[in-house]
Write a protein that binds this ligand. Structure first.
Ligand code: SF4
Length: 290
């Protein structure tokens, strides 16, 4: 049973935004904690102070606070969902707060970029389509082409093939959709076969873009949990991390160069963009004359 907590903020500005990869100017978080329980999750980092990731908290009066904020916000910019948790984790099915938030976003005509690992997003397809008259994008994070492996590294999330099926449904409905291929876990998912298979599957599912980074980041809090899971699930791999990365924040795959090369070639072949199209504010007619 989730607990209710006082909200410090529902919508926060993206530092130095808009974000160069995701195009977001604001970040929306209605829940705290995440049920998807990915073994590599950065939200476990001590710097965020989220505490136990598995402990789901709901921000009190989230929808009213969002409406207050959007009614006063003068600068239009893309609202991102999915930085500190997944907006479509199982609790959303019961509480429906993201759906309510989308109605408010539609009312105030803000653009959105949803990042998720869940096919539950299909429930809100009509709202996302309507917001799309301004701008909407739905990105599915896909880190492994194998459902068996995705079950191990992202144990609480729908498996990769379910995400790809959801991508296909959105694409067929004309919604702008693609994939985030990140993190790429060194010594686990950093193979040519995995990267190639993801690009191929995204193309088949009608994805228009893939945002990729061939590595992962690690910070205090996140690292300890991840290493504990590596020891349990991938014997011998933790030692490779310690030897290769020490306490580094950036942990790029040792195969990065050849993975990027393969990725770029396949994206060109399949005509998949390696960057997304962002929301562009409308220029008033008078200004167009100059
Ligand atoms: S879905 Fe995202 S926020 Fe949730 S556990 Fe996985 S990586 Fe963390």
């Amino acid at each position: 049973m989730p607990e209710y907590i006082d909200a410090k903020s529902i919508l926060s500005p993206v530092r130095g935004g808009p974000d160069p990869f995701f195009g977001t100017l604001y970040s929306m978080n209605i829940y705290r904690g995440c049920q998807h329980q990915c073994i590599y999750c950065d939200t476990r980092s001590k710097v965020y102070g989220v505490g136990n990731l598995a402990n789901i908290r709901i921000k009190k009066d989230a929808i009213q606070l969002l409406e207050q904020k959007l009614s006063k916000l003068r600068k239009k910019g893309t609202i991102g969902t999915g930085s500190m948790n997944d907006p479509y984790m199982p609790v959303e099915e019961e509480y429906g707060l993201i759906k309510e938030a989308l109605k408010i976003i539609l009312k105030y005509k803000f653009p959105i970029h949803v990042i998720t690992k869940s096919n539950l997003v299909l429930r809100d397809i009509d709202l996302i389509r309507q917001i799309g008259k301004i701008y909407s994008a739905v990105s599915f994070t896909i880190t492994s082409s194998s459902d068996d492996l995705s079950k191990v590294i992202e144990p609480g999330a729908p498996v990769s093939s379910q995400r790809l099926m959801a991508m296909r449904s959105l694409s067929q409905e004309g919604i702008y959709t693609g994939a985030v291929l990140s993190p790429v876990l060194p010594f686990i998912t950093d193979t040519i076969e995995n990267i190639s298979s993801i690009v191929h599957s995204v193309s088949k599912a009608g994805g228009k873009y893939i945002l990729a980074w061939m590595g992962m980041t690690q910070r205090e809090g996140q690292r300890e949990y991840y290493y504990h899971q590596l020891e349990r699930l991938f014997p011998g791999v933790q030692e490779k991390y310690e030897k290769k990365f020490g306490d580094s924040y950036n942990c790029a795959s040792p195969n990065s160069e050849k993975l990027y090369k393969q990725f770029r070639e396949l994206c060109l072949d399949y005509k998949i963009d390696m960057r997304m199209n962002f929301y562009k504010p409308e220029v008033p007619n008078q200004l167009k004359l100059f």
